[in-house]
Design a protein around this ligand. Structure first.
Ligand code: SF4
Length: 588
C-alpha cells in the first residue's frame, strides 16, 4: 500500500497500518490487492473494515490457533473452555448469547480442529446444542460431520481465495483426478499451507462419493506412497532431494516430503542430517530437540543405561559448566535441558572428547535399548541382559526409521526393563531369549507380540535385522511399529512367515541392507563439530554471534528451569530475581 512517501509501497510485515503490523498472510494478500489497485490509479481501494487475523501456527514446537474473536467480553457471548494440563491442552471457543453461533476461539497444544472451527465460524453454520462437543476429545462420528457438509461457498483457502465448491468441482467435472491436480489447478494451499488438511479431506471425500479409489500419497509433490518412493529412490540410486524431485516429483517440495525423503536417504545410505540440512525438520537440523522456551536438550548415548563413575563425573562437570538442567530419563540415560543454540557445538565437543556420542534423542531413529541388571547382578536373572542391550543399542544406533524406535532387554519374565512396551523386546527364558515386536507406550499403549521363542543371541540379531528393515521399507510416514503391525495384513502370523520362514524370499537382502547401515554408522555430532561450515548452523543470529537475550530461567529444586509461568509461590519478577541470585551464588 502507498506509504507516507508516495513512491514507496509496502505490504505485509513491513507495513504499519492503523498502528498495527500484521504478521499474517491473509492481511498481506489484502494489502497486496490494495497496493495493485493504488498503482493502477484506483485511489478509493481500501483494506476491509474487519481484518481476518485467524491463523494456525507452531510456536516453539506447540500447535496454536485462533480465529474470530478469541477474547470476548461476557456481555457479547459465552466462553466454553476445555483444559487438560497433563496433556498441555487448552481450548476455548466463544459462542453467541443464544448459543447458536460460533464467534471465535483459541486452541493451544492441539490445533487439529482449527480448519473446521474456522469454517463453522466463517460460514455462520449451526453449532451443536452443547457447544462443548466442538472442542471435547473426539467421539465416534465427531461433532463436525464430513467436510462435504460445508456450503459450496465456504472459503477453504483464504490466501488464494478458493472455495469448497471450486475444490470439489475440479474433481466432479473430471478436470482433476487427485490432490496434486486440484492444488495445481485451483492453487489452494499453495501459500501458507494451513488449509491443506481440509483440502485433502475434501478431495478424498469427493473421490469416495464418486466411487473412486483414494490413493495414499505423500503430498502434492509426490504421487506415491512412502513405500513406493523408497523403492524408486533405491532402484534409481537417487542421492539428493532435487534429484528425487526431478525424477518423480513436481514443484519445490514441502515440510512433509523434504524430511521424509531425507529419512529414506538415511535408511538407504546412512546419510546423516548434516548432508542436506535444508531438507530436515528443526530437531534434525540442529541435532537437538527444541524445547518450549527455544533452548535445546542434549542427550548423549548411554548404551543399555550402563555408565562408569568417571563418565558420570564428566557429565556432571559439563552440566555444571554450561548450567544445564539435568534429569535421568525413562530410557535410562541423562538428559540435559536449557542449552542455548550457540553452546551446542562446544558442549558436544566436550562430550565427544570424553568418549560420548549422539543419543539421537531428536531423530526418528533408535533411541535406547533399556535393560535390567539381569544375571550380572540379579539372583533371578537367566541371562546377561545388560550386555545384550548394549550390543543391540550399539548395533542399531543411528538407524533412521519412519518413527522413533525403542528396545528393551529383561533378564527374566519379571520384566523389569518393560521390554514388551517397546518396538522390540527381548526377554530371557529357560533355553534362550523370547523376541517380542510391535509394542509401544505413548498415547495408545500396546504390548509387543511374540515373534520367536527360545532363540539364541545370533538368531535374535538375525530376526531383528529382518524385522526392522522390513518395517523401515514398508511403513507409512510417522507410523510406529505397533500401528504398522496392526495394519499388516495377517498381523504377527504373516510377520513370522516373512521374518522366520522367509516367505517373500527377501531375508538375505534385508540382512545385507541392515549390515550396510551398521557398517556405515558415524556419529553425526562428531561430523558436525569437525566441519566449520556445519558449525555455523548453530548460531542464533545468521549475521552475528550474539545470543538470544529473551531467554528467562527460574530456579527449581536447586536447578534452573525455563519460565513456564506455572512455578508456584513466586511472582514472575520474584522468580527472575531469585534465579539471578541463585546463579550468581553458584558461580562464585
Ligand atoms: S527382569 Fe528379572 S533378571 Fe531382570 S532385574 Fe527383574 S527380576 Fe532381575
Amino acid at each position: 500500500m502507498q506509504t507516507s512517501d508516495d513512491s514507496i509501497y509496502a505490504i505485509g510485515e513491513i507495513a504499519l497500518y492503523n498502528q498495527m503490523i500484521f504478521g499474517l498472510v491473509a492481511p498481506g494478500y489484502d494489502m497486496a490487492g490494495v497496493a495493485v489497485d493504488q498503482i493502477l490509479g484506483k485511489t478509493e481501494s481500501l483494506m476491509p473494515a474487519e481484518i481476518d487475523m485467524s491463523t494456525k501456527l507452531k510456536l516453539i514446537g506447540v500447535d496454536v490457533a485462533s480465529f474470530g474473536e478469541p477474547f470476548m467480553p461476557a456481555s457479547k457471548g459465552h466462553s466454553v473452555i476445555f483444559e487438560n494440563k497433563t496433556q498441555h491442552l487448552y481450548k476455548r471457543i466463544n459462542v453467541s448469547l443464544d448459543g447458536k453461533s460460533l464467534l471465535g476461539g483459541i486452541l493451544v497444544g492441539d490445533a487439529s480442529d482449527y480448519n473446521m472451527l474456522h469454517q463453522v465460524y466463517l460460514n455462520g453454520m449451526a453449532i451443536p446444542e452443547d457447544a462443548a462437543q466442538l472442542i471435547l476429545p473426539a467421539t465416534e462420528g465427531g461433532a463436525f460431520g464430513s467436510a462435504l457438509d460445508l456450503p459450496d461457498t465456504a472459503q477453504i483457502c483464504s490466501c488464494e481465495n478458493v472455495s469448497k465448491g471450486q475444490i470439489c468441482g475440479a474433481i466432479k467435472d473430471g478436470s482433476c483426478e487427485d490432490l496434486a491436480g486440484v492444488i495445481s489447478s485451483t492453487k489452494a494451499s499453495t501459500s501458507c499451507g494451513g488449509c491443506k488438511p481440509m483440502v485433502t479431506d475434501l478431495v478424498n471425500e469427493t473421490l469416495k462419493s464418486l466411487g473412486k479409489t483414494v490413493k495414499n500419497v505423500i503430498c502434492e509433490h509426490f504421487e506415491y506412497s512412502r513405500q513406493e518412493l523408497y523403492g524408486i529412490i533405491k532402484i534409481k540410486k537417487l542421492t539428493s532431494f532435487n534429484e528425487v524431485l526431478d525424477t518423480c516429483g513436481t514443484g519445490h517440495g514441502c515440510e512433509t516430503c523434504k524430511p521424509l525423503v531425507s529419512s529414506i536417504f538415511a535408511s538407504l545410505y546412512n546419510f546423516t542430517p548434516n548432508k542436506e540440512d535444508v531438507t530436515q525438520d528443526t530437531n534434525d537440523k540442529f541435532l537437538a530437540n527444541i524445547q518450549r522456551n527455544g533452548t535445546y536438550s542434549v542427550v548423549p548415548r548411554i548404551a543399555g543405561g550402563e555408565i562408569t563413575p568417571e563418565g558420570l563425573i564428566v557429565l556432571g562437570q559439563i552440566g555444571s559448566k554450561y548450567n544445564l538442567y539435568t534429569k535421568i530419563t525413562g530410557g535410562a540415560r541423562i538428559d540435559f535441558f536449557g542449552a542455548e543454540l550457540n553452546d551446542l557445538p562446544a558442549i558436544w565437543k566436550e562430550l565427544i572428547d570424553a568418549g560420548f556420542e549422539s543419543g539421537h534423542a531428536y531423530g526418528k531413529s533408535l533411541r535406547t535399548v533399556k535393560s535390567c541388571v539381569g544375571s550380572t547382578w540379579c539372583r533371578y536373572g537367566l541371562d546377561e541382559s545388560i550386555s545384550f542391550a548394549i550390543e543391540l543399542e550399539n548395533r542399531y544406533k543411528g538407524l533412521r526409521s519412519p518413527h522413533k524406535l525403542k528396545g528393551g532387554v529383561s533378564g527374566c519374565i519379571r520384566e523389569c526393563a518393560e521390554a514388551r512396551g517397546k518396538d522390540f523386546g527381548v526377554i530371557a527364558v529357560e533355553g534362550g531369549w523370547n523376541l517380542y515386536v510391535g509394542g509401544n507406550g505413548g498415547a495408545t499403549p500396546r504390548h509387543a507380540e511374540l515373534l520367536a521363542e527360545k532363540i539364541d543371541n545370533e538368531t535374535v540379531l538375525k530376526y531383528l535385522d529382518r524385522y526392522l528393515m522390513y518395517y523401515i521399507q514398508t511403513a507409512a510416514p510417522l507410523m510406529r511399529t505397533a500401528a504398522w503391525l496392526d495394519k499388516l495384513e495377517g498381523g504377527i502370523e504373516q510377520l513370522k512367515k516373512i521374518v522366520i520362514d522367509d516367505s517373500l524370499n527377501i531375508a538375505s537382502e534385508l540382512e545385507k541392507e541392515m549390515q550396510f547401515l551398521i557398517d556405515a554408522y558415524e556419529c553425526e555430532w562428531k561430523q558436525a563439530i569437525e566441519n566449520e561450515n556445519t558449525k555455523k548452523r548453530f548460531n542464533h543470529f545468521v549475521n552475528s554471534d550474539d545470543r538470544d537475550d529473551n531467554l528467562v530461567f527460574v530456579p527449581m529444586r536447586d536447578q534452573k528451569c525455563q519460565n513456564t509461568g506455572k512455578i508456584k509461590n513466586n511472582s514472575y519478577f520474584k522468580q527472575i530475581y531469585l534465579w539471578k541470585l541463585y546463579y550468581q551464588n553458584t558461580k562464585q
